[in-house]
Every structure is written in structure tokens, then in C-alpha cells.
Design a protein around this ligand. Structure first.
Ligand SMILES: Cc1ncc(COP(=O)(O)O)c(C=O)c1O
Length: 422
């Protein structure tokens, strides 16, 4: 049985908190994490994010700060920016956004005014809250118009995107999302944005690592701004970046600071720099392609077991399962799978007749299991566990879930995760 990692100072100063951290380390080590927006950072990224860079205030940008003592911090931020521009082939990168939601808010601040029309994919169709959805600030301070996917094939309805964009003339169009299993056609969005006179933003939070590793086409030649978190497939710390062509650099920087934020989180900037360095290695290309190969293999195994997948499968790291035909609500399935050591999230599916807090689907993905070294040869076992887990959820069969739990534990102990107890 693995032991928690040593945190001697924390254990001495605050044993209660240290125990919680240790328990989380063991939980992450011992469970199969299928949440597509999660990953395991390397020990190096983890170390960088826990450094004394934490102690420094650095409002402004390298060479233009409002605090002294930036001899090292400026270099850290310059390194992160240089690595981002090189990896993604962009003119300009801002590595300061605290996370994906503030990054997107900064985009609105840069290119729209309160009350302006903005456009994005509807949340229940796979878009993100910050793409103008009603309950988000982006849907209350702006007038959000929303596109979706087609009923018959689950793919983005580009006729609807064009009609809406031409009719509504949004200032900003977001493409990308949080539950999209298929390749995003950035060129098609760009043509529509040009026609509508809108700024086009690709939110690649989910697929940034796939883009960096050459396993998904890049939006860079097509869009005005790229927004991404750094903690999903990119395997960095919790943070975000905005990237753009030189012509938008000033507007983006001004929106992040002083528009929206104060001092950047320098320890996160450092960890982003490390993650970008890791993502530039040849092994990361292998990782990105393995994530997709695993997802395709898992999708095929699930289809073979009679699961309905939104859009019929996947091109990337993510699979959206509609459990309607299995007669198990998504939430019931997700909670049962959690008891079996398989961590997923319940999710709406397009045109879901059920409520968002009790939807029809579950969303799974392969970034984390690929980081543990699992390959296509393991995907039949993963699909089988999901199948048995969902059947057990339908019958309330706790002993079947316990049996899966033990099998999951065995496989996880044979494949330790980066940065976690082995
Ligand atoms: C597409 C997309 N954009 C933005 C975000 C927001 O990121 P954060 O949770 O870091 O605010 C997410 C998070 O899930 C996302 O999937």
C-alpha cells in the first residue's frame, strides 16, 4: 500500500491539513480518473508551483512593473511567454490570467462593451459558461446568443452559426467548449466571423495539449485570440493563457492587467513555464497522440457494449455518453462509478430532456489515464468496468461495485501517476 508523500513542515505545523493532503494523494493514486478536464502534473510542475515565487508582488509586465525586486520574476515571466509563443507559434502570449474563466472575461473586456452581443456555444450543447451563458457574468453583462449541434449527428450546426452571426452581428464569437468530442473546424468559424465582422476567439482549454502535441489542428492561423487553461491536456498548473496576433497584444494585456486582475501568481507562471518546456519535448507529442488513440479505442469498446455516444464517437480526448438507453440517470451512474473507484462527471447531453443537475449523460476522457501510462490495450478493461458499473448502478448492486473497486486498485498500483505516491 502506497504512503502519502512526505510534507514534514506541513505535518508539523498543521497535522489536520497535512492529513487531508495525504488522503487526497492516496485517493488520486488509487482511483481511475476519467474526468476529461483533469490530469496529473509532473513532480517538476508541482515543485515549481510551491516555490518562494509565491512571496512576490509583480503588478505589470516584465520590464514595466509597479513593484521593485523583479530581477528574477521578470525572467520567469519572459521564459514562460517565450515558451508559449514558440510552442503554439503565436506572436504574443499573456501568461497572467488566474484561470480560464478570468481569461475569457478579459477577452470580453478587450473587445466588447457591456450590453454588446456576444456569441458562443450553448452550455447544454457543450459550450462553457463563460461563452455568454445566462447564469454567468458573460451572459448577464453581455447579450449572449448561442449556437448548438445538429440533432441527427451531434456535430456543430454551421448553418445555424452563420445565420445567427450574420443576423445578430456579435462583437465576439467563441468557438471551442467543454464537452465537444469532435475536431473543431477553426477555418469554418473564421469564415463566418469575417462575414459577421466579429473577433473570433478559440477557447482551447480542453485540447491545448493535443494542439501542442500535434494531435489536433491549431487555431492559430485562423482566429484572433486563443484562450486556454494550462491544467487540462496541457498538464500544467491551474492557470490560463491568452495568445494572439501582435495587433491585439496591447488590448489583451491591458484587459488582463490593469483591466481585470492585480498581481500575477508568479509561482503559477513558473509552473506554466515548466509545463510548456515539458510540452515541447518529443515525448509530449507521443503523449498527445496516445491520449487520442486511447479515447478512440475506449469509444469503440463502449459502442461494442451498446453505449450511445454523442456524435457517435470521438476525435479527441473526450467521450460524452448518453445513458438514456441504459435507463440510468447520469448522476446515479457517476456516483456508483465513484464508489467503484472510477471518477467521472455527470453531464447534460445535447437536447437533454433532464435537468442540468440530474442529466442524462456522463462525460469521460483519457488525459489522466494516459499520463499513468495506460495504453489502448487497457481500454477494453476500462469499458468493461464502466459497463459493469452502470449495470450495478441500475440494480443498486453494491457488491458488484466493490469488486470493480478492487480491480481498479490493482491496475492503478501497477501504473503510478506522475507526482503521486507509488
Ligand atoms: C472550454 C473551457 N473554457 C474555460 C474554462 C474555465 O476554466 P477555469 O475552470 O479554470 O475557470 C473551462 C473549464 O472547465 C473550459 O472547459
Amino acid at each position: 500500500m502506497a504512503l502519502p508523500l512526505p510534507h514534514p513542515a506541513l505535518a508539523a505545523a498543521d497535522p489536520e491539513l497535512a492529513a487531508l493532503v495525504g488522503a487526497e494523494e492516496l485517493l488520486q493514486a488509487d482511483t481511475l480518473r476519467l474526468i476529461p478536464s483533469e490530469n496529473y502534473v509532473s513532480a517538476a510542475v508541482l515543485e515549481a508551483s510551491g516555490t518562494v515565487l509565491q512571496n512576490k508582488y509583480s503588478e505589470g509586465y516584465a520590464g514595466r512593473r509597479y513593484y521593485e525586486g523583479q530581477q528574477n520574476i521578470d525572467q520567469v515571466e519572459r521564459l514562460a511567454v517565450a515558451r508559449a509563443t514558440s510552442l503554439f507559434g503565436v506572436d504574443h502570449a499573456n501568461v497572467q490570467p488566474y484561470s480560464g474563466s478570468p481569461a475569457n472575461l478579459a477577452v470580453y473586456l478587450a473587445f466588447a462593451r457591456p450590453g454588446d452581443t456576444v456569441m458562443g456555444m450553448a452550455l447544454p450543447m457543450g459550450g462553457h459558461l463563460t461563452h455568454g451563458w445566462g447564469v454567468s457574468a458573460t451572459g448577464t453583462w453581455f447579450r449572449g446568443v448561442q449556437y448548438g449541434v445538429r440533432h441527427d449527428d451531434g456535430l456543430i450546426d454551421f448553418d445555424q452559426v452563420r445565420d445567427l452571426a450574420v443576423k445578430e452581428r456579435p462583437k465576439v464569437i467563441f468557438c471551442g467548449g467543454t464537452a465537444l468530442p469532435r475536431t473543431i473546424d477553426f477555418a469554418a468559424f473564421a469564415e463566418i466571423a469575417r462575414e459577421a465582422g466579429a473577433v473570433l476567439v478559440a477557447d482551447v482549454a480542453h485540447i491545448a495539449g493535443l494542439i501542442a502535441g500535434g494531435a489536433h489542428p491549431s487555431p492559430v492561423p485562423h482566429v484572433d485570440v486563443v484562450s486556454t487553461t494550462t491544467h487540462k491536456t496541457l498538464r500544467g498548473p491551474r492557470g490560463a493563457m491568452l495568445m494572439c496576433r501582435e495587433e491585439h497584444a496591447k488590448a489583451v494585456d491591458k484587459a488582463v492587467f490593469p483591466g481585470l486582475q492585480g498581481g500575477p501568481h508568479n509561482q503559477t507562471t513558473a509552473a506554466i513555464a515548466v509545463a510548456l518546456h515539458e510540452a515541447a519535448q518529443p515525448s509530449f507529442r507521443d503523449y498527445a497522440h496516445a491520449v487520442v488513440a486511447n479515447a478512440k479505442a475506449l469509444a469503440a469498446e463502449l459502442l461494442a457494449r451498446g453505449f450511445d455516444l454523442v456524435s457517435g464517437g470521438t476525435d479527441n480526448h473526450l467521450i460524452l455518453i448518453d445513458l438514456t438507453s441504459k435507463d440510468v440517470p447520469g448522476k446515479v451512474a457517476a456516483k456508483a462509478l465513484d464508489r467503484a473507484g472510477i471518477v467521472v462527471n455527470y453531464n447534460t447531453v445535447p437536447f437533454d430532456p433532464r435537468k442540468p443537475f440530474d442529466p442524462s449523460g456522463i462525460r469521460i476522457g483519457t488525459p489522466s489515464l494516459t499520463s499513468r501510462g495506460l495504453g489502448t490495450e487497457h481500454m477494453a478493461a476500462v469499458a468493461e468496468w464502466i459497463d459493469r458499473g452502470v449495470a450495478a448502478a441500475a440494480k443498486g448492486d453494491e457488491s458488484a461495485l466493490a469488486a470493480i473497486r478492487a480491480e481498479v486498485s490493482d491496475l492503478m498500483s501497477a501504473h503510478p501517476a506522475p507526482g503521486l505516491p507509488a
